[in-house]
Design a protein around this ligand. Structure first.
Ligand SMILES: [Zn+2]
Length: 57
C-alpha cells in the first residue's frame, strides 16, 4: 500500500485506512467520506504522450 495522500485522524493522529468509500480511523472509528477523486491511472489527456520516449528523438 502506498501512503501518498493518506490522511491522519484529527483526533488521535493515527493514519487512517482507506475503504472503498471513506477513510476510517482504526482506533476510534472516525470517518472521512471520500468524494469523487481524480485517479491518476484514469487520466487520458493529451499530456500522456509528451513524457513517452519517442523513437525519433
Ligand atoms: Zn482516531
Amino acid at each position: 500500500m502506498d501512503e501518498f495522500g493518506q490522511p491522519r485522524c484529527p483526533d488521535d493522529g493515527i493514519v487512517m485506512r482507506d475503504t472503498s468509500d471513506a477513510f476510517v480511523c482504526p482506533h476510534c472509528g472516525y470517518r472521512i467520506e471520500i468524494e469523487a477523486v481524480d485517479m491518476p491511472a484514469e487520466f487520458d489527456g493529451p499530456d500522456i504522450d509528451d513524457w513517452r520516449p519517442r523513437p525519433g528523438v
